[in-house]
Every structure is written in C-alpha cells, then in structure tokens.
Design a protein around this ligand. Structure first.
Ligand SMILES: *[C@@H]1O[C@H](CO)[C@@H](O)[C@H](O)[C@H]1NC(C)=O
Ligand SMILES: *[C@@H]1O[C@H](CO)[C@@H](O)[C@H](O)[C@H]1NC(C)=O
Ligand SMILES: *[C@@H]1O[C@H](CO)[C@@H](O)[C@H](O)[C@H]1NC(C)=O
Ligand SMILES: *[C@@H]1O[C@H](CO)[C@@H](O)[C@H](O)[C@H]1NC(C)=O
Ligand SMILES: *[C@@H]1O[C@H](CO)[C@@H](O)[C@H](O)[C@H]1NC(C)=O
Ligand SMILES: *[C@@H]1O[C@H](CO)[C@@H](O)[C@H](O)[C@H]1NC(C)=O
Ligand SMILES: *[C@@H]1O[C@H](CO)[C@@H](O)[C@H](O)[C@H]1NC(C)=O
Length: 502
C-alpha cells in the first residue's frame, strides 16, 4: 500500500516535470549539468598547470644554488662495497603497472602541437641571440607527419625517466632521443660528476656521483640516462617516485661479437686474436677478479647490478628476472629497434617525432665478422645469464605488443617511423646516410673511435636554413659531444675541461 503511494507520487512529479518544461526540477538538472561541466574544465586546467610545473625550466629550479661537492668526497662515497641489490629488500619495491594507451597510434594532437610550439620557441629565442633569420624548416618536417588521426583521449607526456644504458645494445641512439627530448624542454639531467661520461661505472651507481646532488636534500632530476651499474636504492634518491624505468637488451651472440671488437684491449681479450680463440678456452684468458673483464662475460647481467660470474642457478635467475620485471616498466629489444621505439613512444605518451632517430655509434660493416653456428653455441654457454634474460624479455616484449597496440597497428606505425626517418635523412644529410669517420668534415660531429671498431658518423647537408640545421645537428651529435653541450647548458659557470674523461 505504502509502496503504491510512493510510486504514484514519483510518477506524478515526473509528469509535472514533463508538463511544465521550465519547472524547478528541470532547472535543477540544468544547474547540475553546468556544475559538472565547470568541475571538468577546472580539473583539466589543474592537470595542465601540474604538467607545466613538472617541466619547469632548469634555471628556476636550481635557484637553490648547489653546493659544490669535492672530488674527494665523491671518491669516498664510490668506494662503498655494495651487496647484491636483490638480497633481502626485494619486497620493498612496489609492483609497477604498465601504463599503455592502447587506443593511441601516435600521440594526441594537443601534444603534437605543443611539441611543435616548444621547438619553435627555443629556436626563435636562439635566433634572437644569434641574429638568425631562419624559416620554418622544422615546422615543415613536423607537420608533414603530424597527421595521425583524431584522439579519443588524452595523456600527458612523461618527463621523469630512468634509462639504464646497457653496453653495445644501440643504447647510444636512445640516449640521443632522450637528450633531444629533455634539451628542447629544458628538463634536468642527472649527469655524472666531474664531467665524466659514466655514472661511477663499472662501480655501482651512487647518488653522490651525480653532478649537483647534495646529500640530505630532496633534489630530484627529470632524466638519468648515462652508463651506470644499476642500484635501485641509490637511483631512488635522485629520481622522482613516478619515474618511468626502462632499458634495452640485445642478443648476446651479436653483442659479444661487438664487445670483442670494441673492448679488445681488456685483459680477457687482449692476448687473443679472434673471438673463436677466446671461446676455445675462456677460463684461460678470463680472470674474473679484474674489474675491466666485466665486459667479457654476461655484460647485461652486470649492468643490471647482478653477479656476472654466477653459476647456472635457475632459482637465482628467476629471482633476477622477477626483480627486473618488477622494477622496470619496459624492456626493449635491440633486434626490434623500431618496434621498440613505438612501444616506448606509447608508454611515455610521446609523439613519433620524439622517437625518430638516426643510428648513432654504429660500426662500419668492415669491422663486423660473421659468427659461426658453433661459436654461437659457445657464446650462449659462456653468457648463460644474459642469454636467459634475453630469451625471457624477448618473449615479454612481443606479449606487450600483442596486449597493447597489436602486430598490425605496430607494423603500420613502424612504417610511419621509417618514412619519417627517410625524409629526415634526405633533408639533413649530405650523403643521405652514415659515412666512414675519415669522411666526416665537421670534427665536432665525429664520434669517438674506440678499440678495433670503426664508428660511423654523418655529414650535414650544407644547404639548410638555420632552424632546420639546428634540429638536424641534434639528431647526429655523438654521445660525448652532446653530453658536454648539456653540461655547458646546465652548469654554465663550470670550468671547462678540454677533453671529456672516461
Ligand atoms: C644563419 O646563421 C649564421 C650564423 O651562424 C648567419 O651568419 C646567417 O646569416 C644565417 N643565415 C640565415 C639564412 O638565416
Ligand atoms: C629553455 O631555456 C631557455 C633559456 O633559459 C629559454 O629561453 C627557453 O624558453 C626555454 N624553453 C622552454 C621550452 O622552456
Ligand atoms: C645527513 O644526515 C645524516 C643523518 O641524518 C647526518 O649524519 C649527516 O651529517 C648529514 N649530512 C649532511 C651533509 O648534512
Ligand atoms: C687474477 O687477478 C688477480 C688480481 O690481479 C691476481 O691476484 C690473480 O693471481 C689472477 N689470477 C690468475 C689465475 O691469473
Ligand atoms: C623458473 O621459471 C620458470 C619459468 O618462468 C619455471 O618453469 C621454473 O620452474 C622456475 N624455476 C625455479 C627453480 O623456480
Ligand atoms: C651493412 O650491413 C647491413 C646489414 O647487414 C646492410 O643492410 C648494409 O647495406 C651494409 N652496408 C654496407 C655499406 O655494406
Ligand atoms: C624473439 O621473439 C620473436 C617473436 O616471438 C621470435 O621470432 C624470435 O625468434 C625470438 N628470438 C629469440 C632469439 O628467441
């Protein structure tokens, strides 16, 4: 009975509403709709301001004026003997979730536009300074590619990044991508102390090795990407808690062929003529207590902070893999570099322009040797840990693609990336490709030659307007030179060292 009355009443009130369109209840609904809209707009604005704050220029951030750390203090800190990061404190590390945006092929239009604006702004400012009269060469190259359709939703580009730069894995090319991204947005880089190129490597990373770091402060950086031997607690001291962790692995077979050529001078390789000779009896040449020999065995395992001379122990390998998977948001694979760039772009909510690249620090074909099947087998046995890591993360790599973009869309995006790169190569480069170092005209763009390898470089196209030239130059600047440029930019008052130390 009561129920019926209630039903009748509500039916009656709805009927009233319908009868008089401007009645109070409709007006109330209208007010609610407006309030929701206002709230939504406010939230959007807050989101944007927050992002602005995050990407605030370095100049205003470092106003606290960093205390200079003495070289002695640094060295003392570096001497600490760290244990395996795996032991004991595993459970402290929080599970990370993959943050992918499956709907997104390239990047939201908004971000694409803002990228353009940022670059244009930087360039126009340097124009003012240097009296440049550039046209919009960069704008052209950007808009040519910015056509990827409308977006369903919007994500903010990530600017807090930890890249574990592994050796001989195409990581120099990634370094250049990160340098360009941070450079054009004035982000802060955790650069090595004392103008070194590596962060305490091959010793474990320590926060005190970072230029500008003061202990007991909350100084945080946007990007860390130079060579280091990974040690999570120390990385956490200087990087914001929402940082995106990623790294790259390469097949140990081709990798060892490369390390043998590049690090020919290390004690393990020094007295052997060929890789085959070394692999005939590795223990004869390999003395594990010599620090430099870490390049000769399970180098990736070593870079991730684990014991590269450990025996084959499945339980420990599983634990190591579990640690890496928990700590890193993404592990890329060198053999699928373009696919890797697409995954990276999606995970970071960047644009295709942000991950377009020219291969850097790559060897001339002449210094590459083909590895026989027999040698291949021996390399896998000698680098057992690396091989296990590689197999595991190669499979998770493809699973991630399947779970996020899917193979079909991946292929389409890889095509897009390649055509963009070809377009840039034709525009920026004189020879439209890499050249032998002896043919590089501009000494300042010549890559470091090391070991027995011949590292190729590029010549800029001479007929570029100033703005395009600036952009092209960044694409081909080798690692050491770019690191020095960032040093000069972030620490303008530093006494310059003539040549970078390693
Ligand atoms: C480009 O910059 C140089 C200085 O580096 C200047 O001399 C030249 O006039 C500029 N050219 C154009 C076309 O803007
Ligand atoms: C980067 O810093 C320079 C120098 O302080 C400034 O002129 C430029 O506008 C900044 N660029 C961005 C994108 O904030
Ligand atoms: C940092 O804090 C520790 C303990 O909290 C203290 O012993 C040390 O002296 C402090 N160092 C500096 C440079 O303030
Ligand atoms: C390995 O190197 C250490 C340190 O230099 C040395 O003491 C040891 O004798 C070497 N071992 C062999 C087998 O040569
Ligand atoms: C290690 O992991 C593999 C696959 O993930 C599993 O099959 C194996 O049982 C694990 N081994 C140990 C000792 O935990
Ligand atoms: C070098 O090798 C790569 C891959 O094998 C090949 O695509 C390229 O054409 C070679 N370059 C030269 C100059 O032979
Ligand atoms: C890596 O994964 C791909 C795709 O599943 C596969 O084709 C390739 O053989 C794998 N590489 C190795 C070395 O197992």
């Amino acid at each position: 009975m009561k129920k019926n009355v209630h039903l009748w009443r509500s039916t009656q009130s709805v009927a009233m509403c319908l009868k008089t369109p401007l009645s109070r209840c409709l007006r109330r609904l209208w007010m609610i709709a407006i309030a929701v809209t206002v709230l939504w707009v406010a939230l959007q604005i807050v989101g944007i301001t927050q992002h602005r704050w995050v990407t605030k220029p370095f100049a205003t951030r470092k106003s606290a004026d960093y205390k200079k750390i003495s070289e002695k203090e640094n060295n003392e800190n570096v001497k600490h003997d760290f244990n395996q990061p795996l032991a004991g404190n595993q459970n402290v590390y929080k599970q990370k979730t993959f943050l992918f945006y499956p709907q997104q092929t390239s990047n939201p239009q908004n971000t694409e536009k803002s990228t353009n604006v940022l670059i244009k702004k930087t360039v126009s400012l340097s124009e003012e300074k240097n009296d440049f009269v550039g046209r919009n060469g960069i704008g052209q190259s950007h808009s040519a590619s910015g056509k990827t359709g409308g977006r369903d939703f919007y994500c903010l580009p990530k600017t807090h990044i930890v890249f574990l730069k592994t050796h001989k894995t195409a990581s120099s090319t990634i370094l250049n991508i990160l340098y360009r991204f941070g450079d054009t947005r004035n982000l802060t880089f955790a650069l090595p102390y004392g103008q070194y190129n590596q962060l305490a490597y091959p010793l474990y990373f320590t926060a005190s090795f970072v230029k500008g770091f003061i202990s007991n402060t909350t100084t945080k950086y946007d990007i860390i990407c130079n060579h280091m031997r990974f040690l999570l607690p120390e990385v956490k001291r200087i990087m914001p808690s929402d940082s995106f962790y990623f790294s790259i692995l390469r097949n140990p077979v081709t990798m060892m062929e490369s390390t043998f050529s590049y690090y020919k001078q290390i004690p393990a390789f020094d007295s052997t003529k060929t890789l085959d000779e070394f692999l005939q009896d590795p223990q004869k040449y390999y003395n594990e207590s010599l620090q430099e020999n870490s390049y000769a065995r399970n180098l990736m395992t070593f870079d991730f902070g684990f014991n590269n001379n450990d025996e084959d122990n499945e339980r420990r390998i599983n634990k190591t893999i579990a640690f890496i998977e928990r700590t890193f948001d993404l592990i890329l694979i060198s053999e699928y570099f373009d696919e890797s760039m697409i995954l990276l772009k999606n995970a970071l909510c960047w644009s295709l322009d942000d991950v377009v690249y020219f291969k850097l620090n790559s060897r001339n074909n002449k210094t590459k040797t083909k590895v026989s099947l027999q040698t291949e087998q021996k390399i896998k046995e000698w680098n057992f840990w690396d091989w296990k890591l590689y197999l595991y993360f190669n499979s998770t790599f493809w699973r991630t693609i399947d779970k996020t973009v899917g193979r079909k869309k991946m292929n389409k995006e890889v095509e897009e990336l390649r055509s963009k790169r070809n377009h840039l190569m034709n525009m920026c480069l004189k020879e439209r490709n890499s050249v032998d170092p002896s043919k590089i005209k501009d000494e300042s763009l010549k890559p470091l030659q090391y070991g027995n390898s011949v590292i190729e470089g590029y010549n800029l196209n001479l007929h570029l307007d100033n703005m395009t030239k600036l952009w092209c130059q960044k694409l081909i600047t080798p690692e050491l030179q770019y690191t020095k440029q960032l040093y000069d930019k972030l620490f303008p008052n530093l006494i310059k060292r003539p040549t970078p130390l390693n």
